[in-house]
Design a protein around this ligand. Structure first.
Ligand code: SF4
Ligand code: SF4
Length: 189
């Protein structure tokens, strides 16, 4: 869950239309048309990535007139399916997979069951990825994969990143000092 209190805004006098912001926005909220960027307030999750990449200092975050809440009702989703998706993705359902927003694996699974078809959908439905977006997105891809959702190619997202479960058992046993098996057990629950 995330409460969005800020909103990106573009200074048209500074924007050069190079699309750096559009290429990084995890929510598809900022788009460049006719050489000028503009923000969709219904989609902006105030991650600040557009501010970071803009070389012209053309974007800033202002306070929203009304906060926007991004949250999924996990209780409304089929608990057995939520559990199944999480387990298949090697996550405990209550595992906090995003340190920035506190989003749990079961929230993402519930959002997928609620119709999310892409990382972008999940950002908008749960708020995940609206912080640093570094550590959570690999797990997001695992959860989408576990639910059988194929993500279309998009330069904003990297394909499935390697995780603990990609290390062959034989290799984990060969290097016990890395405690890979123990880590797997802790994370899977
Ligand atoms: S990154 Fe900055 S200059 Fe480039 S299109 Fe976006 S707002 Fe305009
Ligand atoms: S703050 Fe984040 S979500 Fe909002 S327009 Fe910028 S990159 Fe997109």
């Amino acid at each position: 869950m995330k409460v969005v209190t800020l909103l990106a805004a573009v200074d048209e006098t500074k924007c050069n239309g190079d699309k750096r912001c559009q290429r990084i926005c995890p929510a598809g909220a900022i788009r460049v048309e006719a050489g000028l960027a503009s923000v969709d307030p219904e989609r902006c999750v105030a991650c600040g990535k557009c501010v970071d990449v803009c070389t012209e200092e053309a974007v800033r975050l202002n306070v929203r007139p009304e906060p926007r809440i991004l949250a999924v009702d996990v209780a409304a989703a089929d608990p057995a399916r939520v559990e199944e998706i999480c387990r298949k993705a090697h996550c405990r359902p209550a595992l906090q997979i995003c340190a920035c927003t506190g989003t749990e694996a079961r929230e993402v699974a519930a959002a997928i069951l609620g119709g999310a078809k892409s990382p972008e959908d999940l950002v908008l439905m749960t708020g995940i990825g609206s912080g640093c977006g570094i550590y959570c997105m690999g797990v997001v891809f695992r959860l989408l994969d576990a639910a059988g959702v194929r993500v279309p190619e998009d330069p904003r997202w990297h394909p499935l990143s390697l995780s603990l479960w990609d290390v062959p058992d034989e290799l984990a046993r060969k290097y016990p000092d890395y405690y890979l098996d123990e880590d797997r057990k802790v994370l899977s629950g």
